[in-house]
Design a protein around this ligand. Structure first.
Ligand code: F3S
Length: 117
């Protein structure tokens, strides 16, 4: 079991979670951050600091965001366990589940033109 980051992080990337994580198991992708499932020690320090409530214990991820459990795990498939995000630096890509999402926040933007009825 581990913590995961879900949809609210996409295109937000507040990064308060990185500061809170004592072992640097949260890695920066292009559009969101990902928690390494093998490096996470389940301390929960990151969960309350996220201003958009994007972080969940794996079993508690809301049903509509369950794919993000997979995205967090698979994101590291070809990276192994880098052993710390500050050593590794940003990873300039996203899991396909995230990469194919439309820009987030556009619908709620005060500048967005609402669709015609
Ligand atoms: Fe994302 Fe929240 Fe961290 S927006 S970068 S999960 S603090």
């Amino acid at each position: 079991m581990t913590f995961v980051i879900a949809a609210p992080c996409v295109d937000v990337k507040d990064k308060a979670c990185i500061e809170a994580c004592p072992i640097e198991c949260i890695y920066e992708g292009e559009r969101m951050l990902y928690i390494h499932p093998d490096e996470c020690i389940d301390c929960g320090a990151c969960e309350p600091v996220c201003p958009v409530e994007a972080i969940f214990f794996e079993d508690d991820t809301p049903e509509e965001w369950r794919d993000f459990n997979i995205a967090n795990a698979e994101f590291f498939a070809d990276l192994g366990a880098p052993g710390g995000s500050s050593k590794h630096g940003p990873i300039g890509r996203d899991h396909p589940i995230v990469a194919q999402l439309p820009p987030q926040g556009a619908v709620s933007s005060p500048f967005a033109i609402p669709p015609k009825p």
